[in-house]
Write a protein that binds this ligand. Structure first.
Ligand code: PLP
Length: 295
């Protein structure tokens, strides 16, 4: 987002806009605040996680809740950019992809300039998977690395047009009208970057798959309780996807695999609290505590 907002300043725009399932609005609001640019974010009303909403609001963005899903909000943002003169900073904007692709550079850097065998990403609007693949290809073209990873895109079952198209070997997607999933960040039925995502999957000899909300919640808990890493549901889709690939025997035991955990768990504390065991309330006495310990 910092690349996009820097470009917005360079172009001398008056205000910036995005549609968002939450995280894009938080980051645009932050960078716009620093840049001194007015910022309008369009979010699906009632469907974004509290941590993200709090960020956009605190950074001073004008937060507009659209009575519709993300896809409707994005259409409005695109129209607003054409007709009202707002500068659009969703991942249709090529400068966003230029910034996001540097995550591929970071992965190779952090692996000592080794390329992983696979990179597993949650997929919503498909900007990330498009950008990472571009980054890896550029590193190879420039001679920094010698191979390319297989890209794996994971969608939530209730919002999985790309996974469906991939499974059907179709050259086009069928948009999902009413996408639904606990992973609100990837609750997207008509991803703008679908073509480039399908291309990345094919070119990289990768794969796409869909995981259920139950799989996502289990993966979120698994990572938290095994590794002490708390991620939001959309991010856990990548872990759930890898688990499914392993269970299907599609992954070799010696592969190096990177799962991108895109968002921190505190972005969506309500989703976390909803799926965890409740608080045990007791009287302030040792006996009461002992009872809990023994049980
Ligand atoms: C936490 C999180 N994970 C994954 C994604 C999906 O990224 P993309 O829309 O680029 O596919 C998003 C998008 O907002 C997100 O917020």
């Amino acid at each position: 987002m910092t690349v996009g907002v820097s470009k917005a300043l360079e172009l001398g725009v008056k205000a910036v806009v995005c549609a968002s399932t939450g995280n894009t609005s938080a980051s645009l609001a932050a960078y716009a605040a620093k840049a001194g640019l007015p910022c309008i974010v369009l979010i699906p009303a009632g469907k974004i996680a509290l941590g993200k909403l709090a960020q956009a609001m605190m950074y001073g963005a004008i937060v507009v809740g659209v009575k519709g899903n993300f896809d409707v909000a994005l259409q409005m943002a695109v129209s607003a950019s054409k007709q009202v003169g707002l500068y659009l900073l969703n991942s249709i904007n090529p400068f966003r992809i230029e910034g996001q692709k540097t995550a591929a550079f970071e992965i190779c850097d952090q692996l000592g300039w080794q390329v992983p065998d696979r990179v597993v990403l949650p997929v919503g609007n498909a900007g990330n998977i498009t950008a990472y693949w571009k980054g890896f290809k550029e590193l190879k073209a420039l001679g920094f690395v010698e191979k390319l990873p297989k890209m794996v895109g994971v969608q939530a079952a209730g919002a999985s047009p790309i996974a469906k198209a991939f499974a059907a070997n179709s050259a086009t997607i069928e948009p999902v009208k009413d996408p639904e999933t606990v992973a609100t960040a990837i609750r997207i039925g008509n991803p703008v970057n679908w073509k480039r995502a399908l291309n990345a999957l094919k070119e990289s000899n990768g794969t796409a798959l869909a995981v259920t909300d139950d799989d996502i919640i289990k993966a979120q808990k698994l990572l938290a309780r095994r590794e002490g890493i708390f991620i939001e549901p959309a991010s856990a889709a990548s872990i759930a996807g890898l688990k499914k690939l392993v269970e299907n025997g599609e992954v070799d035991a010696d592969e190096t695999i990177v799962c991108v955990a895109t968002g921190h768990g505190l972005k969506d504390p309500e989703a976390a609290v909803r799926v965890c065991e409740g608080i045990i309330e007791i009287e302030p006495s040792l006996e009461a505590l002992e009872k809990v310990v023994k049980s």
